[in-house]
Design a protein around this ligand. Sequence first.
Ligand code: HEM
Length: 123
Amino acid sequence: MTQSVPSLYERLGGHAGITRITRDLLRNHLANPLVSARYARSEDLARVERRAVEFFCAGSGGPETYSGQDMLATHKGMNISEQEFVAVLDDAMAALETNGIDAPTRTEVLGILWSLKGEVVRV
Ligand code: HEM
């Protein structure tokens, strides 16, 4: 008998789960002194949140389409530091934990986010 492994999208709770996780992620960023000013300065946080939900849904195997620019274009010219990058990953791990996502799944997400470092840090 074969057992199918649920996709990452499913393990994150699908669209509804990822929407909740993303809301907590942005809340964590706004409360994190290492990065809060970056997000507080955004002209349209509602758009950032909407796009982030799309990005995480599409990137984890969901049917959604990401309507934003790629990570390099999005973060180009921001001069984001390694410390800020780790802070954002810490906020992401905390948001996953708050939403009851298990440790193996959190580690999987961490690996995916880490793989984007070269498109975000000091680009
Ligand atoms: C792997 C890590 C990261 C991912 C996957 C990611 C993803 C995204 C996405 C999907 C957006 C929305 C783009 C849009 O609205 O079109 C965004 C925007 C943004 N990101 Fe990141 N990001 C990451 C790391 C960081 C880091 C480390 C910082 C710096 C603290 C940062 C700062 C921002 C800011 C300030 C915006 C909003 C820009 C605006 O208002 O237009 N990001 N990011």
